[in-house]
Design a binder for this molecule. Sequence first.
Ligand code: UD1
Length: 421
Amino acid sequence: MDKIVIHGGQRLRGEIRILGAKNAALPIQCAALLTASPTTLRHVPRLSDVKTMSELLAGLGCAVEGDRTLVIDPAGVAAGPLEAPYELVKTMRASVTVMGPLLAAYGRCRVSLPGGCAIGARPIDQHLRGLEALGAKIKLAHGYVDLKAKRLKGAVFTFDVVTVGGTQNVMMAAALAKGTTRLENVAREPEVQELAVVLNKMGAKIHGAGTSAMEIEGVDTLHGIDHAILPDRIEAGTFMVAAAISQGDVLLEHAPVDHLHAVIAKLEEAGARCLVEPRGLRVIGPEALKPIDIVTRPHPGFPTDMQAQIMVLAAMADGASVIRETIFENRFMHVPELVRLGANIVVSGNTAVVRGPATLSGTIVMATDLRASASLVLAGLVAEGTTEVRRVYHIDRGYETIEDRLRPLGARMTRYHGAGG
Ligand code: UD1
């Protein structure tokens, strides 16, 4: 297993180009299953989650070629197993997003239940209820869910909880259903809007994406497309925090400013300057950070995927910050590691009280999940001495060789292959 060693204390300066969004790429890869002709995706980030999804699609019978530009030809899926196996679903929960497309396009599929994951129980009941409303017959046995439907039928369905993956699964299924579907209480995340853009390009008729209700007129067939993945708001947000805490001055080229309002607002509240420039977003870190209160919410609220990173900023701020996580239970696994680096954080239930300013000092820390590991890298950038982040494979799920990306900005970071468990 690789480890990343960081020598802290550098001010980050320069320009960094934001890459394609993982959470946009994954469902769009799945959408390629809805058509009978090849789809070309551009600006695809080179991430292990994207590779896992390509592996899953290949196992289903797709021909998948390339990486930065990915071509997915679903011609072989009809003769394939129509199954998402446990080995892949357990490594990446987003694998369940093949369910809606396979069911709608091929009339049946079998998908392993994801089970628990590091950041909570994360059930898929809403995905299943939505597909059932469209007419799917569902059986659970041997840890798998079997879904069947001759042709899905349009329906009215209201989600009990706002779910990104659930919305994406059901909207993809509804795109090929007979008749009109109305989905209420849907997720409004930019990645849901982007999926609607993609499906409409494929020939679907989806209205209302980006609001809390969507109307989908089902069509009989969809066709392959050529599409560029939008820039990653969470990668941008992570690098924004890096600039803010290091008294840096960084221009984030292609940062999706319209998707980052909640993050920008909190960084400005903390004293950072966020300037929208023609080429992107510039973030200038202050001499001293002010405390901030955060509550994670579905979009357009503050994203749960930025909670761990903003906690590092809170630890450096002069005063007490309160951070409440409302999306996932058990998403504070970075806290004990940040405390080992010198942060003063007390957790009670879903609330963390962070008292600063802390003087962080480097040590060995263990990455536990994707965004938790990003927070440890950020902490390492501002800690005195050397921080060694282990189990780096978590960070590779969502950040492309993060050390190579941050080094040109002045970060002193090195990856050691096969070192540190
Ligand atoms: C997606 C993102 C993830 C992000 C999350 C919330 C991808 C690939 N992943 O995950 O990075 O952190 O949105 O913004 O896009 N829930 C249910 N029943 C369901 C489905 C979800 O109770 O059937 C609950 C979950 O346990 C969680 C909440 O709803 O508490 C939100 O989860 P959801 O939006 O579905 O997250 P993902 O789509 O898995």
